[in-house]
Design a protein around this ligand. Structure first.
Ligand code: URP
Ligand code: ZN
Ligand code: ZN
Length: 460
């Protein structure tokens, strides 16, 4: 199939201009003014923005966690992502402690193959590092197209590795051209605060927030940056929420070190006052928790200062019935919230329309930088000749309201019910095929493809 998109404002991370784009089969073939091609389909994008399909590098689909599974699977999750203009996601494989990375890979392939509607890749979470796992890490990079390794400095007993394992993993990953990513919070401090609050009978969702103060994140972020500096390994901190953690990264730049940072739309938009709503606060129980206004301001500034390179979602939805598992004890509420569908529209509406970031920065942090950092640029993350034709045609002026009644995620509430958004994803192409048109998904389970990734970038 060939498609000609005419007269849109084409936006990349470096520029924006009015032109046409022509795609054939899976790729972008031409970009220019008044292109003359005999296309199978013509899309009039006059007055619209045309930008690269979003890449959300932080999602949890069908993930076993805290005694249940996240409620979006590969089909519902990637379909919802497409509705919002995200054409590719990177999910997390979790190694079971005591088991191999290859077994975990097989398990996740079983969950995703033939089911994804949009494109996807995996980060491999190393939860138990030893000499055998070190060999598997190399095989993941060289043979499986998985070059990013997730670590947890929290969730002791299930996912956390200690600092000795972290440094050993960094050495192997560095040598073979990968990147280590981290959930950077001090697990021991958090566990002690949770135990204290439970003992004192403080059991509501508010105490989830109070058990993870800012210092737990700033301390771990600084420690992770120091370990990266010591080993020379490239690193990436996921879901950063606060000023203190950002300052730890700022401090690392003073020794000419680059630590990549991801924040998520919820940390740019929401704050911890939501935990004061009694049990309804469970909708926003996630780790790390929402913070304060000063942290939101620091993160928006961090994006413009180039300290924060990526905005993801940490999409990890649970239905209300699942959240109720923690009705009498905040520590049993499954951590995570639904957001995969709205990331691009939120970032455009709250960021670009409110004058906080430029259009080019919007593309950079929603797509291009993730492609560069995680080894898939320029196949993904830009509009260029030869790139995959993952393209969003976006109406910048259309207003709409977020609601559980209209979203496509498999979750029975919205964490943003009634939120007014300016800007709507209208048409989405995935590798040159129409994926979304007139609010309908035209692709089916199995149309999404695993994207093997190359070596990770050290500098972008
Ligand atoms: O609360 C969260 N973030 N749930 C998903 C797991 C993680 O830590 O990213
Ligand atoms: Zn995390
Ligand atoms: Zn996560």
């Amino acid at each position: 199939m060939s498609i000609l998109i005419k007269n849109g404002r084409i936006v990349t991370a470096s520029s924006s201009f009015i032109a046409d784009i022509y795609t054939e089969r899976e790729k972008i073939v031409a970009i220019g003014k008044d292109l003359q091609y005999d296309a199978d389909k013509i899309i009039d994008a006059t007055g619209k923005l045309v930008f690269p399909g979003g890449i959300d590098p932080h999602v949890h689909l069908d993930m076993p966690f805290m005694g249940t599974y996240s409620s979006d699977n590969y089909e519902t999750g990637t379909r919802a992502a497409l509705h919002g203009g995200t054409t590719m996601v990177i999910d997390f494989i979790l190694q079971t402690q005591g088991d191999t990375l290859h077994n975990a890979l097989k398990e996740w392939q079983g969950r995703s193959m033939g089911k994804a509607v949009g494109d996807y890749s995996y980060h491999m979470a190393v939860t138990d590092f030893n000499d055998e796992v070190a060999k598997e890490v190399v095989q993941m990079i060289e043979e499986e197209g998985i070059s990013s390794f997730k670590t947890f400095m929290a969730y002791k007993g299930a996912l956390m590795i200690d600092d000795g394992q972290m440094v050993q993993l960094m050495k192997v990953v560095k040598e073979h051209g990968g990147i280590v990513t981290v959930h950077a919070t001090n697990g021991d401090m958090i566990d002690a605060l949770i135990a204290k609050n439970r003992k004192e009978g403080n059991l509501s969702p508010l105490y989830h927030y109070l058990s993870q103060p800012e210092v737990t994140e700033s301390e771990a972020s600084a420690r992770f940056a120091d370990m990266l500096n010591y080993t020379g390994c490239p690193g990436y901190i996921v879901h950063m929420t606060c000023e203190g953690a950002l300052n730890a990264v700022r401090q690392a730049t003073r020794r000419n070190q680059k630590v990549f940072v991801e924040t998520c739309t919820q940390y740019l938009m929401l704050d911890a006052s939501l935990y004061e709503k009694d049990f309804e606060g469970a909708k926003w129980v996630m780790s790390p928790p929402l913070r304060k206004e000063k942290d939101r301001n620091a993160l928006w500034s961090g994006i413009n200062q180039g300290l924060v390179q990526v905005v993801g979602t940490d999409h990890c939805p649970f239905k209300w019935e699942q959240k109720l598992m923690g009705k009498d004890d905040f520590s049993k509420i499954p951590n995570g919230h639904p957001a995969i569908e709205h990331r691009m529209e939120f970032l455009y509406s709250e960021g670009v329309r409110k004058g906080k970031i430029s259009l080019e920065k919007f593309v950079e942090v929603s797509s291009t930088n993730a492609a560069k950092i995680f080894g898939m640029y320029p196949r993904k993350g830009t509009l260029a000749i030869g790139s995959d034709a993952d393209i969003v045609v976006f109406n910048p002026d259309k207003k709409h309201t977020i609601s559980v009644k209209t979203h496509h995620m498999n979750v029975d509430y919205s964490a943003y019910e009634g939120w007014e958004v300016t800007g709507k994803t209208e048409t989405v192409l995935l590798r040159g095929k129409i994926a979304i048109e007139n609010e309908e998904c035209k692709l089916k389970a199995g149309d999404g493809r695993f994207i093997p990734r190359g070596k990770a970038s050290k500098i972008i």
